[in-house]
Structure formats: structure tokens, C-alpha cells
Design a protein around this ligand. Structure first.
Ligand code: ZN
Length: 286
């Protein structure tokens, strides 16, 4: 977008439990500056982001895609187990320091918006974006609006049937064997005693594909997404996306149509580009 011959620039921040990614730009091909740094104590981390944006070209607004859970209206992280971060106001200090509007959402809703604007969900009004890594997170859109409600979706904590042949009790500190507790990278590592990328046992990956498909089936039945975009470290396993797609068909049993299940096109920048899209679009939680 141009104003008086000048490209409008926006700031994007993807905050994660281990690192923050910040960028200034207008779109995937128009990034002027970017940086990543480890997630340290809140005040220090926020100050580092503010310093980055102060040193960059002038921005119109900042979008933040945050790890959660979050309070969307306050722009704050809420009950995270991340030490020092529970009930931390993130949007407030950044907006005050930079003097620009801040649009705050979950990391997965930001990534969903990025994929909607420039990636795998272009042209789709209703879709789901999921990431399967140390946890499982999900966001998306319904009829062109990012999914918000009482709070925000927590796809990772839907309950799925626990395979009777799987003795692993689940790794979620809140629910044990919820979807994240059974199928996240953390769960895989705890069940098999080594990290997911070191596991080659076909039975381990067949179980993973089944568990992932069961969670996707819940999303399909509730939201009727036109597409499921699914990424994250666990999904980088060769052949897993195809196995999950096949299992999803089987779980749905021919009664409900399976949407396409695809990888994100902007990865690993879906979140930070989505945060720029959030800032440019200026959508506040409904
Ligand atoms: Zn859970």
C-alpha cells in the first residue's frame, strides 16, 4: 500500500516461548529489517523489541502474534507456565513506547492470517491453521474473520480417543491425554524416550498419524474448513502429511468430505509475516 508515493510499513512480532521474531515491512517480498532473539525476562525482551523498531524505518502499527494463552482485549499473556511471563502485559508497553496502534492476537491466528493473505489459504474464508511442535496450537478463520470468541481457540486441548494399545498417559499438565498430551512433539518424546526426529519406528509414526487425524476430524466436523494448513516441527517428518491425510479420510468414514490438508507456504515465517498482516489490516478482536 502506498501513501504519497511511500510504501506503508508495519511491524510484526511473533512471540514464542523460546524466541521472539520481529520484522518491519509490507509483505513477504518487502521486508526491510528483521531480527530474532531469545525470550528472556519480560521487561528485557520487550525492551529489545522496542529498540529494534526504533532503529528501523517508521512504522504505522505493530501486529503481535503471541504464545498463549492470552487475553486478547488486554493484549496480555495470561496463565502460561513460562517462568516470569504469567499475566504479562505485552501490547501495552510496546504501543506506549513506539506510539503506534498495536493489534494483538495468538501466534496461530497471526500465522493463519499470513497464510490467508499470501500463502496456502489465499482466497479461502473458512480454514484452520495448525502447528504441531512442542505443543499443538490452532487458529483460523470463519467467513473471513479470525476465530475469536469468549477467548480464542485452543485446538491442542480437544479430547480425542486414547488408543487402547497406547499405555502412555499423556503429557498435558492440565488434561493428561488431550490431543496435545498425546500427539505433540513433547508427547512423542516422552512416550518413546527420545526426540521425534530420532524415531524411525513405523508403528510410532502410524500412531502419530492416527492421533493427528482424530484431532483434525474434530476441527472438520465443527468448523467445516475449506482447507487445513498444518505445519510445525513434527510435521516435517517425511510422509507424515500424506499419512495424516489418508487417516483423516478413514476417520471421517466417507460421511463428511475431507478438506485438503496442506503445509504452510510461508513457513517458517508464517507467524511474523502474519503479524505484519495483522498490523496492516488492523482487525481487533470482535
Ligand atoms: Zn491439554
Amino acid at each position: 500500500m502506498r501513501r504519497g508515493g511511500r510504501v506503508r510499513l508495519y511491524g510484526g512480532i511473533e512471540t514464542g516461548g523460546s524466541k521472539w521474531a520481529c520484522a518491519v515491512g509490507s509483505d513477504p517480498d518487502g521486508i526491510r529489517a528483521s531480527t530474532t532473539f531469545p525470550t528472556a525476562a519480560p521487561a528485557e525482551t520487550i525492551a529489545r523489541a522496542v529498540a529494534f523498531f526504533r532503529a528501523a524505518d517508521r512504522i504505522e502499527a505493530v501486529g503481535i502474534g503471541s504464545f498463549g494463552p492470552v487475553d486478547l482485549r488486554r493484549g496480555a499473556v495470561t496463565t502460561t507456565p513460562k517462568p516470569g511471563w504469567a499475566h504479562t502485559d505485552v501490547a501495552g508497553p510496546i504501543g506506549r513506547e513506539l506510539g503506534v496502534p498495536v493489534i494483538f492476537d495468538t501466534d496461530v491466528n497471526a500465522a493463519a492470517l499470513g497464510e490467508h493473505r499470501w500463502g496456502a489459504a489465499r482466497g479461502l474464508g473458512t480454514f484452520v491453521y495448525l502447528t504441531v511442535g512442542t505443543g499443538i496450537g490452532g487458529g483460523g478463520m470463519a467467513r473471513g474473520h479470525l476465530l475469536h470468541g469468549l477467548s480464542h481457540p485452543e485446538f491442542g486441548h480437544v479430547r480425542i480417543p486414547h488408543d487402547p494399545a497406547d499405555p502412555f498417559p499423556g503429557s498435558c499438565p492440565y488434561h493428561g491425554d488431550c490431543w496435545e498430551g498425546l500427539a505433540s512433539g513433547t508427547a512423542i518424546a516422552a512416550r518413546w524416550g527420545r526426540p521425534a526426529h530420532d524415531i524411525d519406528d513405523p508403528a510410532a509414526w502410524a500412531l502419530e498419524a492416527r492421533y493427528l487425524a482424530l484431532g483434525l476430524a474434530a476441527a472438520v466436523c465443527v468448523l467445516s474448513p475449506q482447507c487445513i494448513v498444518i505445519g510445525g516441527g513434527v510435521m516435517s517428518r517425511r510422509g507424515l502429511l500424506e499419512d495424516v491425510t489418508h487417516e483423516l479420510d478413514r476417520v471421517l468414514g466417507g460421511y463428511v468430505e475431507s478438506p485438503p490438508v496442506v503445509a504452510p507456504e510461508l513457513a517458517p515465517r508464517s507467524g511474523v509475516l502474519g503479524a505484519i498482516a495483522l498490523a496492516a489490516r488492523g482487525e481487533l478482536p470482535a
